[in-house]
Write a protein that binds this ligand. Sequence first.
Ligand SMILES: Cc1cc2nc3c(=O)[nH]c(=O)nc-3n(C[C@H](O)[C@H](O)[C@H](O)COP(=O)(O)O)c2cc1C
Ligand code: SF4
Length: 503
Amino acid sequence: MLKRTADREHVLPLLEELGGVTEETVRQVSEKTGVPEAEVWGAGTFYTLLKGGPRVRVCNGLSCRIMGSDQLVADLKAKGKEVEEVSCLGQCDRAPAALDEKLKVFDAARQKRSITPDNAELPLNLAGRPSYDFAALKKARELGPDGILKQIEASGLQGRGGAGFPAYIKWKGVAGQKDPVRYVVCNADEAEPATFKDRETMLRRSDKMIEGMAIAALVVGAKDIYFYIRGEFNAEAAAVQEALKRASAHVKDWNWHFHRGHGAYICGEETALLESMEGKRGMPRLKPPFPFEFGFRGKPTLVSNVETFACVPYIILSGGEKFKAWGKTEAGSKLYCISGHVNTPGVYELPLGSTLEELVQAAGGYMGNPMAFSPGGASSGFLPIEKRNVPLDFKGLQKEGSMLGSAGVVVLNDTVDMAKAAQWQLEFFEVESCGQCAPCRIGTRYLHNQVGKYLESGDPKSLQHANDVGWEMEEGSICGLGMVAHKPLVDALKYFPQAFQKR
Ligand SMILES: Cc1cc2nc3c(=O)[nH]c(=O)nc-3n(C[C@H](O)[C@H](O)[C@H](O)COP(=O)(O)O)c2cc1C
Ligand code: SF4
């Protein structure tokens, strides 16, 4: 007997609890929630982690490919393991990365990796000891919403999730809504290939993130605060839970809730994330309206990235101007992730606007002869190494036709075939497209297939329409995935034409 009121928000957690999507679990979830079986099936099958069945997951993101993921897959299969190749595991500093059957990082001790050493002066200071005195929250309560907003405005803080949108404008936008019910949501879905800074922040400085979220809730007048944490991040989710326990004396004015992702890159896009929180397929919404006015359950919602929230305690304690002064070309310090052909991949906190050259210095130098880099995740395409002194910031990279995005930098040396690198990135976008816009759904598949044809036949003719298709995708897609998915190929064709000659 179906319940009268459908309870969609429990659909995905229930499917997870029951071990994934099967005819039987779908029937049970439908009975418990009142959501029709067809809809439970439709939502559940969208997410890879709800497929069920034990298997080792091997990452086939760019950094993992160039560090030998194909060989790892072959070795594991030879040992009789059930292996699934997946788009990205957020472990590029452990490339080639894999998770075992229980989602534990596989063979983690092999790689040399690092973070910026402890320095109490740094705004985020990942290597520092967590602090639970929550002095910034105390000060924020004294300042009140207007006083806090003044500091956020003075800080020049731009969202660290990818778009670089000014935090002050977003916070003010939510605070100014008529509806008295508002929500704060932390986007901890981190799935952009090459990006693992939010992972390290949750593991090491959840104190800062939680304090920042509480301060945001003070400003926007939210009572309920949500984490949306990537499904593969078990250790990270446990670290956040533990930190929340330790912070409980300071943050009991709010109800804290956890949502886990279920294995879909697109759920990092904020409206897809909200759809997923509501128990549906993670398909981006058409915007406007934006979440600040129509977000979770249709209410005004502040969705921000882990790192953005984690910057806030420093801004309140030390002042917005001091945070701003950390930047070189734009405001603040920034967590840069670096992987690929460098000696010590990791997360490095540097002034915003530092160059690739400075970042690589922090990461122990280049491995081999550098040829290209991808400055901000798969979505940012490729730049030639001659651009190594361009500031890695939001505006500077935009001028170069690229973007900082989530600051996931990958260095490629001259052993890499750029046509193959473009093919790998296109495979990622084809697999991860949610499929609701034709230009994105068809375009990602077409471009991926055409590079494959070129690599098989050696005839560059198969790529003659790449730029036109890229233009259509950019113009005809409703979210950032489809708008940028052509970039790896179009950039590779532009900067590395020698890789696409007749072979
Ligand atoms: C395809 C796609 C994937 C995204 N993935 C993430 C993500 O994993 N984490 C994140 O914080 N933002 C991600 N974003 C950006 C979010 O939509 C949103 O802008 C961000 O969470 C806002 O937070 P901020 O203002 O702190 O940057 C993604 C955007 C797109 C288009
Ligand atoms: S652009 Fe692609 S990923 Fe984004 S909504 Fe459209 S089909 Fe989905």
